[in-house]
Design a protein around this ligand. Sequence first.
Ligand code: THU
Length: 142
Amino acid sequence: MKEDAAEKLIQTARDVRVHAYAPYSRFLVGAAVLAPSGKIYPGVNVENASYPAGICAERAAICAAITAGERSLLAVAVSTELESPAAPCGMCRQALAEFGPDMHVFLTGPAMESMVLNYRLSQLLPHQFGAAALNKEGSDRA
Ligand code: THU
């Protein structure tokens, strides 16, 4: 993946983090996903007084991309307040795998100077459960 595309994705995740709605945990998360079209879709965590009704930033970004008509994803970037970057939760790893089983995963802190960890999703979620297990084709279909 090209370095400037990765930089733009990572910076989008950092920029959008301030829009997170996290009055309960106070843990603001920004995410951005990159589609093959070159478009970037941001997302933030959106919490709720009924805690399980909240959604993580990564899944919010996936929803934005799919809503716009995308059907696969090349990369995701996640920004939190932690200088030692946080990794996506298990549910988000599974949700990401649906649209890019081996996508790039960039994990970073809040600032331009923050360190960036660079993974592939297959490292964070090995032995994936996917459409093939259901004898379905998955993300290219409606
Ligand atoms: N959160 C995310 O948005 N992404 C993750 O990968 C981990 C956790 C959110 C959920 C909740 O709003 C807050 O962070 C604390 O768990």
